[in-house]
Design a protein around this ligand. Structure first.
Ligand code: ARG
Length: 606
């Protein structure tokens, strides 16, 4: 926000240092939080160290030398527009602004840029975020919702930070779990198809659970039961064999049921406002994964032990020259010629790099797959892909309900859709008392926005590596770290502006606009607004949605405090009232921007 001033000051410092043969280190500017005034600062410790190396510190300690330089450059700066005073303290140069000028600048920047306030400059790198990739023939549960929320928010963040961003999904659509559903369907439910996209998708999970019950060895089985179970087992194996061999009927059944799953997934993604650009499937990379094995052998990365009756393996640690075990040795092609999950990930990564020109590749995947992904990244490095350094695993922990952990096999899963429906129902029952003047269609829509906001925020507000125990009442609370609390700040800002019939325009901003005794809550609010661009950038660079989630809460919190303590519509002084309305309008805008990055809607009323 103060780049111009920073540049001006930097120029002066550079000119001075060049003229006096001081080897200036790169200047890093940091904002100074408000303590009577706002400012920004830079230190001269690195420069002092440079000087010491050149034998030019005249027996001064590093802090002393830094302070001396700070004092010297301070003498060069005076009279710049907006700068109130300059200090040289403990090796730092502190530059302070007139508070009214700073406030004006922040509000002006926000209103001028609107939805683009905080957007980063276009960058040359392409980021691919892979997320929302549950296995097919299952249902979308609350853990998948955490994955989807983290991935979508990360994609929004990198996009906003200026990266070309590609959203990708990689559902697992093969393996024993899938075959188990096919077998069950074929044997007991052939020709059936429940109505409703969601019901049909969920039904596959029911078949899976039922099949596992039939196939599970029980205690005290009678000989007849054992024989029955073994017969089922043999049928399932046969189904797998046929699938592998490309049997047209089995393939057709697989395609149809896979589509049921994907239809349901797409419907849920739509509810989550997620639009995937590229769909990869495990089955699609199966053949390419076998094809890369020869190349890895030829390059000396993989060892072919098939002649000795073994498999094709990669001794990752050895090839990387590591003496301690880290990535271990991995099979990439079994003796029977089948490839593995790891091999498929290698082929997939190659496609991401070569076909989609991905420079930074992010994987939003359960933390339990961490070693697997680190192994894949290590092999990509051995393979010579420079992008391997910029592969990043965004892991995340379990989501459970207070009732306990989930298990797909046993059918003990908490479906995302059920939790969402319940959340909406609860919001509706609250809303009835709150805003009676809303039509029922409006109320419905808002309830969906709040229910979804509550769910998504509860997935984002916990550090991704930690497990979540999801409490629906807490998530829906209008107090505390919740989606509705932040949405409510937006509703309040909106209703103030509406009551005043206020249309913000930057022409209403005058140099004198904020030239009054700002309340503590106004200062805090301005401070929060000013931090948005930096927080958005940081969240993207560090791949941490939590940074934005926390920021949105802090901003909402600052606004709620302002709302309770500082009169806006009741302010007698018209000039101050105007200033506060502008501040409210700016806050509303930044709340919208932050909520949008968090994939949460900003309702106008509640
Ligand atoms: N479908 C996998 C699962 O549900 C997640 C895919 C992870 N991505 C990857 N490139 N391996 O566990």
């Amino acid at each position: 926000m103060f780049q111009k001033e920073q540049q001006l000051v930097e120029e002066k410092i550079k000119t001075y240092c060049a003229a006096n043969d001081i080897q200036l280190a790169e200047l890093k500017w940091k904002p100074i939080p408000f303590s009577g005034e706002w400012g920004f600062a830079t230190s001269f410790f690195q420069t002092a160290a440079n000087e010491a190396k050149r034998g030019r510190s005249e027996n001064m300690s590093a802090p002393q030398k830094a302070q001396e330089i700070a004092e010297q450059v301070k003498g060069q700066i005076s009279g710049e527009a907006g700068i109130r005073h300059v200090e040289a303290v403990k090796g730092y140069l502190n530059i302070y602004f007139k508070t009214s000028e700073y406030a004006l600048r922040v509000v002006d920047e926000v209103l001028k840029n609107g939805a683009n306030f905080g957007r980063g400059k276009l960058k040359s790198e392409t980021v691919m975020v892979e997320y929302a990739q549950p296995n097919t023939h299952h249902s979308f549960h609350i853990g998948h919702a955490r994955n989807a929320a983290l991935g979508e928010v990360l994609a929004r963040l990198t996009e906003f930070a200026g990266y070309r961003t590609i959203r990708a999904s990689y559902p697992g659509d093969l393996g024993l779990g899938v075959i188990t559903v096919l077998w069950m369907y074929d044997k007991f439910y052939k020709g059936q198809e429940p109505a409703g996209v969601h019901e049909r998708g969920q039904w596959l999970l029911k078949l899976y659970v039922e099949a596992n019950q039939l196939l599970e060895k029980k205690e005290n089985e009678t000989p007849a039961e054992t024989a029955q179970r073994e017969a089922y087992e043999a049928e399932r194996r046969e189904m797998y064999r046929k699938w592998d061999a490309g049997d047209p009927q089995v393939r057709e059944l697989w395609h149809v049921t896979r589509r049921w799953s994907l239809d349901e997934l797409r419907e849920i993604l739509q509810m989550l406002d997620i639009d995937i650009d590229v769909w990869f499937f495990e089955s699609d990379v199966d053949a390419p994964s076998k094809a890369i094995v020869d190349e890895l052998i030829a390059k000396g990365i993989a060892d072919d032990e098939r002649p000795q009756g073994g498999a094709v393996i990669v001794k990752i640690d050895e090839k990387l020259g590591l003496t301690k075990e880290k990535y271990r040795t991995n099979v990439i092609l079994r003796a029977d010629g089948t490839s593995l999950y790891l091999t498929k990930d290698l082929a997939l990564a190659k496609e991401k790099f070569e076909k989609y020109h991905v420079d930074r590749s992010i994987y939003v995947v359960d933390t339990r797959q961490s070693l697997h992904l680190q192994q894949a990244f290590a092999i990509l490095k051995l393979w010579g892909f420079a992008q391997a350094e910029k592969c990043h695993h965004l892991g995340y922990g379990f989501v459970s309900l207070p009732e306990g952990a989930m298990s797909s096999r046993k059918g003990r899963v908490t479906l995302f859709k059920e939790v969402y429906d319940e959340a909406v129902k609860r919001v509706l029952s609250l809303n009835v008392e709150k805003s009676v003047e809303l039509s029922s269609a409006e109320r419905e829509k808002i309830a969906r926005q709040i229910g979804m906001g509550a769910l998504i925020y509860s997935m984002l507000s916990v550090d991704n590596n930690k497990d979540i125990v999801f409490h629906i009442d807490e998530a829906l609370s209008f107090d505390g770290r919740t989606g509705p609390y932040i949405q409510n700040a937006h509703v309040r800002a909106n209703s103030i502006l509406k009551k005043a019939n206020f249309k913000p325009s930057t022409s209403a901003l005058q140099p004198e606009t904020f030239n009054y005794d700002l309340a503590k809550q106004e200062i805090e609010l301005i401070e929060q607004l000013s931090q948005f661009p930096q927080k958005a950038q940081q969240a993207a660079e560090e791949y941490r949605p939590l940074v934005m989630a926390t920021y949105a809460y802090d901003l909402a919190n600052a606004f709620h405090s302002f709302y309770h303590a500082v009169p806006v519509l009741q302010t007698e002084d018209e000039k101050i009232k105007n200033a506060r309305l502008l501040l409210v309008a700016a806050t509303k805008q930044v709340l919208v921007n932050a909520l949008h990055l968090l994939d949460i809607q900003a309702p106008d009323a509640m």
